[in-house]
Design a protein around this ligand. Structure first.
Ligand code: PMP
Length: 438
């Protein structure tokens, strides 16, 4: 297809994420991607700092993942999961059971991160609606428990209930207003990761649960790292205290590890920083190495038992592409590849290098804060970034970095080399400096 024709079709007919279709921003056609490089159709080659919204943990066009996809597509790319099952799903389940804390053992394969969150929320509602007696508390189950609690500045997805637990200010509550379910929002914990925990941080949750726990089905959190809501790293102590309180009040704890899972924070799952096992966990993004969309919601036995003891014991969700064999096969290959690699050392080295490069911006006027955790490097600016201005600057500097709000951040693939990472960071630092000077 002629490049100009592609651009015309795109501009006139295709929606992009969070953009106006009538006044679209600049969009760059991509011809292919390889390793940590995105090749633009105009011939330019960019070092990818985004891992395609944090999921291509092994980079692009990975031989082992290509092979898994080709092998599986020759057998079947899809078959319905209602009444049928298959080896790719069982093999992936076996791998996940080996990676997750052993209590998390009932797996629901869904089709995207947002849907995994919807599924977790539905599980929590069905669990409480079931009047089941539960190991977390005899008084735990109550049909009136239909609300959710969360902390501010979170992000859990763009579907309806997922959106309702996103930050009410920087999320989409303003737009969708009263059509969104009303949830309980707690302040973001002030205690940062790696700093001393201030016990005051947990007080709002304590008061909320003592007053409203009878209405609350679950507390949903992104453990340790709040991603799209602000790239904020908070104390594992908060999670430990929250888990204890939830248990006391019969409120389920849901961890959304869609962004943090598969090594991004330096641990396989962020929950390992806190040694807390939630009742339900959501994973996605890096699950398939970013090859295709697949997510999973995994519950503890008592949640599954609770749901099953209701008068209608079925869990009521069943998407068309549930446990898609192609995605499951690639996900298993991605996990094998991750486990066979020195991923912990790689993530550690990425963290060290990012900190050293990004810290050079620390005293720059307009820079509020630099923070790094695992393979996540963040430069927080004082003011929101003008995307129309800064995006072409990054592309001209040979990197793909896509800031949001006042956050310029990178989450490279774990396979990035030292030299590629230096070039990525230098470009980031150079562009931010130039941007802030003008
Ligand atoms: N939860 C978290 C923590 C996320 O970061 C995201 C995606 N950025 C989602 C949920 C939603 O995932 P998806 O975009 O695959 O629906």
């Amino acid at each position: 297809m002629e490049l100009s024709h592609l651009k015309d079709i795109d501009r006139n007919h295709i929606w992009h994420p969070y953009t106006s279709i009538t006044n679209p921003p600049i969009i760059y056609p991509v011809s292919h991607a390889e390793g940590v490089y995105i090749h633009l159709a105009d011939g330019r080659k960019l070092i990818d700092g985004m891992s395609s919204w944090w999921c291509t943990i092994h980079g692009y066009n990975v031989p082992q993942l290509n092979e898994a996809a080709c092998k599986q597509i020759d057998k079947m790319s899809h078959v319905m999961f209602g009444g049928l099952t298959h080896e790719p799903a069982a093999q992936l389940a076996e791998r996940l059971l080996g990676l997750l804390p052993m209590q998390l053992n009932k797996i629901f394969f869904a089709d995207s991160g947002s849907i995994a969150v919807e599924v977790a929320m539905k599980m929590a509602i069905q669990f409480h609606a079931a009047h089941a007696s539960s190991p977390i508390s005899e008084a735990a189950s109550a049909p009136s428990r239909t609300k959710f609690a969360t902390i501010r500045s979170g992000y859990h997805g763009d579907t309806w209930h997922a959106m309702s637990v996103c930050d009410p200010v920087n999320g989409m509550h303003g737009l969708f207003g009263s059509s969104l379910p009303v949830q309980f929002f707690l302040p973001q914990p002030k205690s940062r990761f790696g700093h001393e925990f201030d016990p005051h941080d947990i007080e709002p949750l304590k008061s909320l649960l003592s007053e409203h726990s009878h209405e609350i089905a679950a507390l949903i959190l992104e453990p340790i790292v709040q991603g799209a809501g602000g790239m904020y790293f908070y104390s594992p102590e908060y999670l430990r205290a929250a888990a204890t309180l939830c248990k006391e009040h019969g409120v389920l704890l849901i961890f959304d590890e869609i962004a943090t899972g598969f090594g991004r924070t330096g641990r396989m799952f962020a929950l390992e920083h806190a040694q807390v096992v939630p009742d339900i966990i959501c994973i996605g993004k890096g699950l398939t190495g970013g090859y295709m969309t697949l997510s999973a919601t995994i519950a503890q036995e008592h949640v599954a038992q609770g749901i099953s003891q209701s008068p209608s014991p079925a869990f009521m969700h069943g998407p068309t592409f549930m446990a898609n064999p192609l995605a499951c096969a690639v996900a298993s290959a991605s996990i094998d590849l991750l486990l066979a690699s020195p991923w912990q050392d790689r993530v550690h080295n990425i963290a060290v290098a990012m900190l050293s490069h990004l810290s050079t911006l620390s005293n720059t006027k307009g820079v509020a804060c630099i923070r790094v955790l695992g393979a996540i490097g963040v430069v927080e600016l004082d003011e929101p970034v003008d995307m129309q201005r800064i995006q072409p600057m990054f592309v001209d500097a040979g990197v793909w970095i896509r800031p949001f709000g006042n956050l310029v951040y990178i989450m490279p693939a774990y396979v990035i080399t030292e030299d590629e990472l230096s070039r990525l960071c230098e470009a980031l630092v150079g562009v931010v400096r130039e941007y802030l000077q003008n």
